[in-house]
Design a protein around this ligand. Structure first.
Ligand SMILES: [Zn+2]
Length: 401
C-alpha cells in the first residue's frame, strides 16, 4: 500500500499539470502558503470598524457575515501579513478639520485591534518581523496611511507617523494635494518640489511610497525621484481595465526598472473592462436621477436593479491581471492588494479574505511554478520592504545636504 501511494505521488509529479483536479491545486496552494507568508497590500477594515463604533463594537474572533475580513476568514485564507489602511477621507482637507488627527485615530485603531487578538495578530514594522510572526503562526499587522493629506504638509508629522508604525503612505486619495496630483484630476501636473522632498524623506525613513490613486505624471515623477522601490498597494493594469486608478504599461515598465511591486486590486471595475464600462453607465444614470430630483430610495432601487443585470468580474480575470503585470513588469514586480472591505462589489470566486488560496490555485493551474507563485503571494513584498530598510539605513548614514 505504501508502495502504491508512493507510485501515485511519483506519477502525479510527472503527469502534465492538466490532469490535476481543482482540489489538488488548492491543496498545493495551501501547502505553499504554509511556507511563505501571503501579504496583502490593502484592506480597509480599520475604517469599517470605525464606522461600526470602534474596536470594542466588533468581535473579530468570530465570523462577521457582513464584513469581508475577520480572524476566522483570515485564517481560512492563510493570510500571513496585512497592510491595514489608515484611510483618511479627503473631506478632512476642508478647513476646520484635521487630517493628521484622523490618521492618528486610524493608526490607534490598528494598534488596538491587533492588541485585542494577541493569539492571532501581531504588529510588524520590518520584513524580519513578518517572518518571525509567520513562524509563530501569527498574522502580521502593518500600517499604510491612505492619503498624503494626513501629514498636513509637515515632514515632522511624516517622521512621527513612521515612528508610530506606518510603513507606506499613499501619496493622494481622490483629491489632489498642492504637492501631488490624484488620478481623478484633469490637471497634468505631478509632484511639486515639496512632493519630491516628501518622497525622499520617506526613502530616508524606510516608508514605502505608494502610488495607487495618483495620476500618471505623479507616478512617473515619484519613480524618477525615489531611491527605493515603490509600491502600488491596490491597483491593477490599465490595459485590461481602462480606469485612471490602474497602472498604464509605460509606468509598469518603469516599475520593472525600479524593482517595485504592483499589488493587484480586486475591485471589479478595476479588474474587468466590461464592469468598468457598466459602472460608468450606472454612474451617469444615477447623475441623471439626481438631476431629476429622484429620492434616495428610488435611486437605491434603480441601482440594485442595474447591478443585478450588469456584468461581473471573476477570479479568472484577477488572475489575468496578475499575469498581465507579470508580462509587462516581470514576475518580481507583482503582488496582491485586494482592497477588501473598501470595495462594495467583489469578483465571483474572490468574495472575501478566505479566498486567497483559490487565486493561488488558479495561477498553479495555469502552469505557474511554485517559485513564481511564492513571489506573488508575499516574497516580492518582503523583498521591497527589505530593500527600503537597507536604502533607509544607507541614506541616514549620509549627511543631509
Ligand atoms: Zn483606495
Amino acid at each position: 500500500m505504501i508502495k502504491a501511494l508512493f507510485s501515485a505521488t511519483a506519477l502525479l509529479s510527472i503527469i502534465p499539470s492538466f490532469h490535476l483536479s481543482a482540489q489538488d491545486y488548492r491543496a498545493q496552494a495551501i501547502r505553499i502558503l504554509a511556507t511563505v507568508p501571503l501579504i496583502d497590500g490593502h484592506n480597509d477594515i480599520p475604517d469599517a470598524v470605525r464606522e461600526r463604533g470602534g474596536v470594542d463594537s466588533v468581535n473579530f474572533a468570530v465570523r462577521q457575515p457582513r464584513l469581508m475580513t475577520d480572524i476566522p476568514k483570515l485564517r481560512a485564507g492563510h493570510v500571513g501579513g496585512q497592510f491595514w489602511a489608515a484611510y483618511v477621507p479627503v473631506t478632512t482637507m476642508d478647513s476646520g478639520t484635521h487630517a493628521a488627527i484622523y490618521a492618528l485615530e486610524q493608526i490607534d485603531l490598528v494598534h488596538r485591534l491587533c492588541a485585542k487578538y494577541p493569539r492571532s495578530l501581531a504588529m510588524a514594522y520590518t520584513a524580519a518581523d513578518i517572518e518571525r510572526n509567520f513562524r509563530a503562526n501569527k498574522i502580521s499587522c502593518l500600517i499604510g496611511i491612505e492619503g498624503g493629506h494626513a501629514i498636513e504638509n509637515s515632514l515632522g508629522a511624516l517622521r512621527m507617523f513612521y515612528r508610530l508604525g506606518t510603513r507606506y503612505m499613499t501619496l493622494t486619495h481622490w483629491r489632489s494635494l498642492d504637492w501631488a496630483t490624484a488620478s481623478t484630476d484633469t490637471a497634468r501636473r505631478g509632484l511639486s518640489p515639496f512632493g519630491k522632498q516628501v518622497v525622499l524623506e520617506m526613502n530616508r525613513l524606510g516608508m514605502l511610497v505608494d502610488l495607487s490613486h495618483v495620476n500618471d505624471q505623479t507616478m512617473s515623477d515619484a519613480l524618477h525621484t525615489s531611491k527605493a522601490p515603490v509600491i502600488f498597494s491596490h491597483s491593477s493594469g490599465r490595459a485590461l481595465a481602462n480606469h485612471a486608478r490602474n497602472v498604464p504599461d509605460s509606468i509598469l515598465k518603469l516599475v520593472a526598472v525600479n524593482r517595485g511591486v504592483v499589488m493587484v486590486n480586486f475591485n471589479p471595475g478595476f479588474v474587468s473592462e466590461a464592469v468598468r464600462v457598466s459602472d460608468d453607465t450606472v454612474n451617469a444614470r444615477l447623475d441623471r436621477l439626481r438631476a431629476a430630483e429622484a429620492d434616495s430610495a428610488a435611486r437605491a432601487d434603480s441601482l440594485k436593479a442595474w447591478s443585478a443585470t450588469g456584468p461581473h468580474a471573476t477570479l479568472a480575470q484577477v488572475a489575468d491581471q496578475v499575469e498581465y503585470i507579470r508580462r509587462i513588469a516581470g514576475v518580481d514586480c507583482v503582488g496582491l492588494g485586494s482592497d477588501f472591505d473598501g470595495i462594495t462589489e467583489v469578483p465571483v470566486g474572490l468574495e472575501d479574505v478566505s479566498k486567497f488560496p483559490d487565486l493561488i490555485a488558479e495561477l498553479l493551474r495555469r502552469g505557474w511554478t511554485e517559485a513564481d507563485v511564492k513571489k506573488v503571494a508575499g516574497l516580492n513584498t518582503l523583498r521591497v520592504l527589505r530593500d527600503a530598510e537597507r536604502i533607509a539605513t544607507e541614506m541616514r548614514r549620509q549627511p543631509r545636504r
